[in-house]
Design a protein around this ligand. Structure first.
Ligand SMILES: O=C(O)CCC(=O)C(=O)O
Ligand SMILES: [Fe+2]
Length: 519
């Protein structure tokens, strides 16, 4: 219905008015799609040219109608069915390494399934694996070659290893401009392919390519992306193939790698639910184990799969440590060896961890030594940071400071200087700053004396302004004393002395637990 009667824009007058329903109906018809595709001679061209770019791939009206559904879904900008591939731990840093992109299963996005089916019918005899991608500001993929081995359950044959044979990307964002970034760079020829609406890119795997970062103010960059699989090992996953295991590599390749590792649905599910920090840690560790021990991928895969299925993996903060422990014990890898390897190697895979390498190494070493645990009050004098350790990541840790703000500290900084673990200290100091309004200086003095006795610590004048007299009270408390109880107690005692000497007391201005060493 849409393939005939084209004018120059590829749209017939009838199709211009075609409602969404007709567009979807057309996409659902394999024969309609196949007869539209056949004259494009894609297979023949691909065999000859290895990478081809096809503009106006589907009838314009069909492409617009169906992709408008995907656009609507993506524009809602809620998480919904979209999963993030961004590296959350470093994403807010100025030179964050791996923003990557969001992806969704084609069948979860309305219109997405229709479009990915249509693309998959280019090679109806191969096994298609397609998803929908959404790239927004900063999202990109570093150079990779898409190679992956994927075990597929075949009726009567059990599991059969497949390889990715062809890759396709079909772009869905109308009016995409080169200035928005998000350009697909074919590293073989240096060609820059702008993700124009209704443009299809096909290439034979392996082929080195990357996606440049999407610029601010660009609309979401949407695409159908994926591969066709064929039975057998088309290629070896050589060292460059190992880049697939790194967190900042493409979602497609990463997923493929994960899938290839474990081949259980359970694994894929759990890893998706477990959160990216863990995924990345697993990948880093497995990658390190592979390199250090020269263990076979099969061995590492078994260990990783087993560890991940373990329910402990789901508790975010300890998971890395548990996993590390598990992987290392099973593989009998000496930790210092991994640390040494990571810090001295300057191979391409380590470089792609970029500025985070030191922090990763520090993270591994801190996990091993455990000088502090999540929940501990820690102080980093060199950074002037004091607060509760909220999260311990493989690259960064998060400390909640006294104002309740999360402060992200690279592990390299944690390992570099002194870190005081207040939770493991015996005593600590509680300091309270407050304003008093004494009727006379003699009443102020008698209040101070009384207060010192009452609180069992020091109570001194810190400032005198027209608003009143600033008082600082300090008291040593047991380390396990809670902040609120200590604060309340200190305030109550000051109030008692103040009332006794007819001194007016304001509400506390600031109360902090402080390390005694800094006094
Ligand atoms: O979106 C693109 O242009 C390329 C995507 C890609 O290379 C991948 O997902 O592996
Ligand atoms: Fe790719």
């Amino acid at each position: 219905m849409f393939a005939d009667n084209k004018d120059n824009s590829g749209v017939s007058s009838r199709t211009r008015a075609a409602p969404l329903r007709l567009a979807l109906q057309w996409l659902e018809s394999q024969s309609a799609v196949e007869s539209h595709i056949a004259p494009l001679l894609l297979q023949a061209r691909l065999t000859k040219e290895k990478l081809i770019v096809v503009d106006d791939f589907l009838p314009f009206e069909v492409a617009s109608r169906a992709s408008s559904l995907v656009l609507e879904d993506a524009a809602r900008n809620e998480k919904g069915d979209w999963s993030s591939m961004s590296y959350e731990e470093v994403a807010h840093e100025a030179d964050a390494i791996a923003h990557d992109f969001d992806y969704a299963e084609a069948e979860d996005i309305s219109g997405g399934e229709h479009l990915s089916d249509a693309v998959s019918w280019i090679f109806p005899d191969l096994i298609p694996v397609f998803s929908i991608a959404r790239y927004t500001e900063g999202h990109h993929i570093d150079a990779h070659d898409d190679k992956a081995h994927v075990p597929i359950e075949m009726k009567g044959k059990g599991e059969v290893l497949h390889s990715r044979k062809y890759a396709a990307i079909y772009y869905l964002t109308p009016t995409w401009k080169a200035s928005y970034g998000g350009v697909l760079v074919d590293e073989v020829t240096g060609t820059h392919i702008v993700p124009k609406f209704n443009r299809l890119v096909l290439f034979e795997v392996p082929r080195l390519h990357r996606v440049t970062a999407v610029r601010p103010n660009a609309p979401p960059r949407l695409s159908v992306f994926g591969w066709w699989l064929t039975p057998g090992k088309l290629y070896e996953l050589d060292l460059s193939g190992l880049t697939h295991f790194l967190p900042n590599e493409g979602r497609g390749t990463l997923r493929g790698a994960l899938f290839g590792w474990t081949h259980t649905d359970k694994f894929a599910d759990i890893i998706d639910k477990a959160g990216l920090v863990n995924k990345c840690s697993v990948l880093c560790l497995a990658w390190a184990a592979l390199n250090v021990t020269k263990a076979s991928i099969r061995e590492v895969r078994a260990v990783v799969a087993e560890s991940i299925v373990d329910s402990r993996f789901r508790s975010q903060t300890l998971s890395t440590l548990l996993l590390l422990d598990r992987v290392l014990t099973t593989l009998s890898v000496a930790l210092p060896l991994i640390v040494a390897y990571l810090s001295h190697s300057n191979g391409p895979r380590v470089t792609s961890i970029g500025g985070c390498r030191e922090s990763f190494v520090a993270g591994v070493s801190l996990l091993w030594r455990q000088p502090f645990a999540v929940g501990d009050a820690i102080e980093i004098p060199s950074l002037n940071v004091f607060g509760k350790l909220l999260q311990f990541g493989i690259f960064n840790s998060v400390i909640e400071d006294l104002d309740g703000r999360p402060v992200t500290v690279p592990n390299a900084a944690l390992a570099a200087g002194a870190v005081v673990n207040r939770s493991r200290a015996r005593l600590r100091l509680c300091r309270l700053d407050i304003l008093v309004m004494p009727p006379s200086s003699s009443q102020l003095n008698s209040f101070l004396e009384d207060a010192r006795r009452n609180v069992g610590g020091s109570v001194n004048i810190s400032s005198i302004t027209c608003d009143g007299v600033g008082i600082t009270a300090k008291v040593m408390v047991k380390n396990d004393a809670t902040f609120d109880a200590t604060k309340g107690d200190l305030y109550a005692k000051l109030l008692e002395s103040a009332e006794k000497h007819e001194v007016e007391l304001s509400f506390e201005k600031r109360v902090v637990f402080q390390p005694p060493a800094s006094e």
